[in-house]
Design a binder for this molecule. Structure first.
Ligand SMILES: Nc1ncnc2c1ncn2[C@@H]1O[C@H](COP(=O)(O)OP(=O)(O)OP(=O)(O)O)[C@@H](O)[C@H]1O
Ligand SMILES: [Mg+2]
Length: 499
């Protein structure tokens, strides 16, 4: 057997009272794409921080190519070994691609940066790895997938041949995911090794050869993906069988098509969509599907007060919905799980409890006074209902794992008892099992008479909708009643079943 490219053994990592890793292990062989899977809070991202030298384990060892990992302070040595591409960019958005590639090591021509050489070297680097991105483009203007490729190219230019991708597909649509995968395969052919983290298990089967499962901070198994079919994989992750999970998910529903319209939007237009009519009945769940460029997110965000359409109106429960003002939309009864939980969703300096109850402080106390006990009680209940993996309501929300932070955002949207609930990619980064409990919350909201709008790239989210509208280039091109087949919906999203 060849020497492992990366080997972590007996890893323990604690954060105060939390043991993020109790028995972390990982062996990655050179040239493979290795999946790391587990439920939210299992310890995946923590292991990545140890493999990339962002922090040291409390116990255990990390070795590269059979040699001990460099000291933490030697950043250059780490950069030559490994890099991680996160969902959140680590490149500087205001700089050009070329500048980002060579930040802090620009080619100097007598003390001045030589822009010509910078551009030439960037072009050479991008070409070498077959990355088709304009070196002079502003990084902020790049599509997520291109930004990820620039980050990978930068890592490779430092000499690293081991790339960690921590949930790289959470914000990509189907086509973008396919493109990322074909680029990964090409890089793998040129000798790059990947550690791939995803909650989309079918992706694991698509691009990885080996999989390691973590559960409750411990290593559970490592096996060739071919030896671990989906049911066995889910069981290893959840510690219970797939049937038990599926049973919890079964939900029969009757659509009441005489229920009054809660949301009634007419003729909405903007740069991203055109002449959209959209209605949602009391207790109805309507899905919005489409590629990243379809305008679905912009449309949903308009209803939450983030944008002002150039024409059209929306009424919620008979009252005109204010555009362009998030607070006013919230007051009007719109609850929201926003697209970017980091930028729009959470107040990072605050506790889990404060974040969960933030939008309801008015209602929790009389005369503007919120009893701490009352707030704690509400927060504790929300944490339980949404199965948030946390020490408790007083823990800072910045300590939470990605998927658990997403659940807090959901808790907050529900806490305000909204009349319209707008969910944008609500299950992004959420594990298979938590997905079910999160979507079950949506079901109980609708039973209480809330109108729900779900924008998602995930068929599982859309499957629970009473009907799904498909947008293509800003227009509604299809409507599917519940019970559609996957290929039908995908065909309308890809634009192959209409002119
Ligand atoms: N800086 C921190 N301070 C305190 N606790 C932390 C910190 N970082 C992580 N944790 C805790 O360690 C545990 C593991 O978190 P980690 O982020 O590794 O999970 P994960 O497997 O990546 O989950 P997800 O799928 O949700 O991203 C969680 O309970 C988390 O709350
Ligand atoms: Mg994580």
């Amino acid at each position: 057997m060849s020497t492992p490219l990366v080997e972590a053994r007996g890893i323990v990592k604690r954060y105060g009272p939390t043991t993020a890793l109790a028995d972390g292990r990982l062996t990655v062989l050179p040239g493979e794409s290795h999946a790391l899977v587990g439920r939210n809070g299992a310890g995946k991202s923590t292991l990545v921080t140890l493999l990339t030298g962002l922090q040291a384990p409390d116990e255990g060892t990390v070795r590269f190519d059979g040699e001990a990992a460099p000291p933490l302070a030697d950043r250059d040595a780490w950069r030559r070994k490994v890099a991680c591409v996160y969902q959140r960019p680590t490149v500087v958005p205001e700089l050009t691609v070329a500048e980002n590639l060579f930040i802090n090591r620009q080619p100097l021509k007598r003390r001045f940066i030589s822009w010509r050489r910078l551009k030439a070297e960037a072009t050479e680097l991008l070409d070498a790895w077959d990355v088709h991105v304009d070196p002079e483009a502003r990084t902020a203007d790049l599509k997520v997938e291109d930004r990820q490729m620039v980050e990978i190219a930068r890592a490779l230019s430092f000499g690293a041949r081991f790339i960690v991708l921590d949930e790289p597909t959470a914000q990509l649509d189907n086509r973008e995911i396919e493109r990322l995968f074909s680029r990964m395969r090409a890089l793998q052919d040129s000798g790059v090794t990947f550690l791939f983290i995803s909650h989309h298990l079918q992706e694991v089967y698509e691009v990885c050869q080996t999989v390691t499962v973590l559960r409750d901070a411990r290593w559970i198994t490592t096996a060739p993906v071919a030896d671990l079919p989906r049911a066995a994989l889910v069981e290893a992750m959840a510690g219970e069988s797939l049937e038990t999970i599926a049973e919890q998910a079964v939900q029969e529903r009757i659509v009441d098509d005489t229920a009054p319209l809660l949301l009634d939007a007419r003729g909405l237009s903007s740069e991203s969509f055109e002449n959209i009519d959209l209605t949602v009945r009391r207790g109805e769940v309507v899905g919005l599907a489409g590629s990243s460029a379809s305008g679905k997110i912009e449309l949903a965000e308009s209803l939450t007060g983030l944008h002002t359409p150039t024409s059209g109106t929306a009424h919620l429960d008979g009252k005109r919905l204010p555009f362009g003002d998030v607070q006013a939309a919230l007051n009007a009864g719109v609850g929201c799980v926003p697209r970017d939980r980091h930028a729009q969703g959470l107040v990072i300096g605050m506790t889990v409890g404060d974040n969960a109850t933030m939008s309801v402080l008015d209602r929790l106390g009389r005369f503007g006074f919120v009893g701490t006990e009352r707030k704690r009680a509400v927060a504790t209940e929300l944490i339980e209902r949404l199965d948030v993996h946390t020490e408790g309501p007083d823990q800072p929300v910045s300590d939470l794992s990605g998927g658990n932070a997403q659940k807090v955002v959901m808790a907050r949207a529900l806490a305000s008892d909204p009349r319209l609930l707008v969910l944008i990619n609500p299950t992004a980064g959420v594990d298979v099992k938590s997905k079910e409990s999160l979507l079950a919350r949506v079901d109980s909201a609708r039973e209480d008479g809330t109108a729900v709008l779900v924008v998602s790239d995930e068929l599982d989210d859309l499957r629970r909708c009473d009907r799904v509208l498909v947008l293509f280039h800003g227009r509604v091109v299809a409507e599917h009643e519940a019970g559609w087949r996957d290929h039908e919906l995908i065909a309308s999203i890809e634009g192959v079943d209409h002119g």
